[in-house]
Design a protein around this ligand. Sequence first.
Ligand code: ACO
Length: 448
Amino acid sequence: QNDVGILAMEIYFPPTCVQQEALEAHDGVSKGKYTIGLGQDCMAFCADTEDVISMSLTAVSSLLEKYKIDPKQIGRLEVGSETVIDKSKSIKTFLMQIFEEEGNTDIEGVDSTNACYGGTAALFNAVNWVESSSWDGRYGLVVCTDSAVYAEGPARPTGGAAAMAMLIGPNAPIAFESKFRGSHMAHVYDFYKPNLASEYPVVDGKLSQTCYLMALDSCYKRFCAKFEKLQGDQFSMSDADYFVFHSPYNKLVQKSFARLYFMDFLRNASSIEEAAKEKLAPFSSLTGDESYANRELEKTSQQVAKQLYDVKVQPTTLIPKQIGNMYTVSLYAAFASLIHNKHSALDGKRVVMFSYGSGLTSTMFSFQLREGQYPFSLSNIASVMDVTGKLESRQEVTPDSFIQTLQLMEHRYGAKDFVTSKDRSLLAAGTFYLTQVDTMYRRFYARK
Ligand code: ACO
């Protein structure tokens, strides 16, 4: 098949959010810690009527309706998520309700899980299926869905929630360059969820930042090596128009791009200008480990990379800054921000994507973009997603009310025999919501 990739996208995030500035004041941390220190503006969260299943039901239904896709045309459905609601029954099986109604139960695929990487694993599975001999000519559908919540403490402002649905097939406006993939996978305890009675992860924040940057280096080296082997030329940052990163918080994205800049400097790549070379020269003899810990290098490389960051990364940051970490959705929400901001100017552009999931799994891969044909065109994807409309119709709540919701959800996690709030006034028409969990832990959803 030619140009296998993403044909259509739809994103959903909860209408409830809390401003990071208000959280700073509430938590008693220094002003600017979350907004400048972490680089975040706002954080979305699920109220008791929403969860990863309802959000993905909404994203999938909306995608099928807005692009006029007959549910019978879906042959594979893959879900990526790290939010555990059931240790056996997949989220995919809940989504089957949409397809069963239309008489389609012939759909392969289940859930993929490894921290924030599950969405990428799901996407690769669907793309590989379309490229394989078992492909039956129908579309693949990939769903990423997560609710990121942390225990009280420094990680709490890095939560978020969203679901993304992506339609997969040939002749896509967002086509995989499948030959240029670099992965790095290893065994680390940086962020994990060993306590099955709690929704909160155990997280070593500092270690997770270093693991992320080491994985980035390693993936970039492999990505460059594959590119060079196939194309015969050295790869540098100049060969990609945009870089999209898994975005737990924006500061890490700034550091990541600066890190790639430093890598290009070390590789003596053509992308680095003379003035920047001089500034980075004092750091050229640091060992890898020293370089991750060096604050001067971090500052200097961010400084020299700033101009390129504004062009190649800044357009990808809107949704992650407004919603927060969406785990498996994060990378694709960053990519959706690019389409939202630049859809009319993306024809012929190459986009490099970096996916990271703690524990750890990571891959760097790339897309080749073209405008495409309606309904599978970049401009139509931007208009369907309606990011501005969705962001503007949100309701800000106070930090106290956010924390009350988290407390309620702590009690509800793993619980049975309860009904959810009858107030669904904030939910837009067409949104799915959780109505009840019965005495057998069965979950029931309805649509507004
Ligand atoms: N004004 C401006 N900047 C400030 C201010 C202020 N008033 N106060 C602090 N800062 C800066 C700090 O200098 C630091 O910036 P730097 O990294 O450039 O030095 C930044 O704010 C964060 O402050 P710290 O004290 O270093 O970190 P903190 O203890 O708040 O924890 C962390 C931050 C580790 C990111 C925490 O939120 C966390 O554990 N998050 C979850 C883990 C995570 O997201 N890891 C990323 C990859 S894994 C994943 O995706 C889950």
